[in-house]
Design a protein around this ligand. Structure first.
Ligand SMILES: Cc1cc2nc3c(=O)[nH]c(=O)nc-3n(C[C@H](O)[C@H](O)[C@H](O)COP(=O)(O)O)c2cc1C
Length: 245
């Protein structure tokens, strides 16, 4: 299995042009979004913007053309993997987006903790209901033309990380993208990555606090098949060469 390096999504930031700037660093997968793509998540996004957090603000009728346009900006000068992180209360729009020829991966956002999103049963709220997580993922997998990733956040109180990981694997997803957040620490929880790897066979992308060669290598040593980075890419220069990992 080839290891991969991924640009993780940042709502309101990681659009086509941001991703295009990341191409020279040597990422294998670039993620646009997260986008709110159905009526309920679009309305939630408006409330989030009103309290000052960055969000992509796209009208429902413009979702497909906008995502296609952003993906084209990247694909125009690169032949790597383009992924799109999506928040939705139902699988339908995610499936529609997976049919865009420029999209290689649709990523179900089971990670967002903004209350406006979790209150409508979306984002990390999916992790509290493993039957729903299973059915949602399975429906997307069944209808999608692209590959399917599911992004989760680890170490949430009262969430069974291994249970959620197995459900995502059993539903047929191609990638499990884990934000191995360790509350109170400024580094990732490598034990949870190790534990998930021991209990599943799905392609595992480890995320959280990768900011130098050492933190990248630690994530791989814990068993991740791929790693992803978000905040470090906001710096003027990523302080290490992805090719050296
Ligand atoms: C401003 C900002 C916006 C984010 N938006 C999203 C999002 O839309 N979808 C998502 O799955 N994760 C989102 N994340 C989480 C990141 O993808 C990543 O999981 C998290 O920042 C930890 O990785 P890092 O330590 O490399 O930054 C966001 C993070 C930041 C800082």
């Amino acid at each position: 299995m080839e290891s991969i390096e991924v640009l993780a999504p940042m709502a309101g930031i990681t659009d086509g042009n941001f991703c295009k700037k990341m191409i020279p660093y040597g990422f294998d997968m670039l993620t646009i979004g997260g986008y709110n793509v159905d009526d309920a998540t679009i309305a939630a996004g408006h409330s989030i913007i009103q309290r000052g957090r960055p969000e992509f603000n796209i009208k429902k009728e413009n979702i497909l053309p906008t995502i296609q346009e952003q993906a084209k900006i990247i694909k125009g000068s690169w032949d790597g993997i383009v992924s799109v992180n999506l928040r939705s209360t139902s699988p339908e729009t995610i499936i529609e987006i997976s049919k865009l020829p420029e999209i290689d991966v649709v990523e179900i956002n089971a990670h967002c903790r903004q209350p406006e999103i979790t209150e409508i049963g979306c984002g990390q709220a999916l992790l509290y209901d493993l039957d729903k997580l299973h059915d949602f993922t399975k429906n997307v997998v069944k209808g999608a033309k692209s590959k399917v990733s599911v992004k989760i956040r680890a170490n949430i109180e009262n969430v069974d990380d291994i249970g959620a990981s197995k459900v995502i694997e059993n539903a047929g997803a191609d990638y499990l993208h884990v934000d191995a957040m360790k509350p109170g620490y400024n580094h990732a929880d490598h034990d949870i990555i190790r534990f998930i790897k021991e209990n599943t066979e799905i392609f595992l992308i480890g995320n959280n606090s990768i900011r130098d060669l050492k933190s990248a290598q630690l994530m791989f040593s814990a068993g991740a098949d791929g790693i992803s980075m978000a905040r470090i890419t906001l710096k003027e220069n990523i302080p290490f060469n992805l090719g050296e990992i």
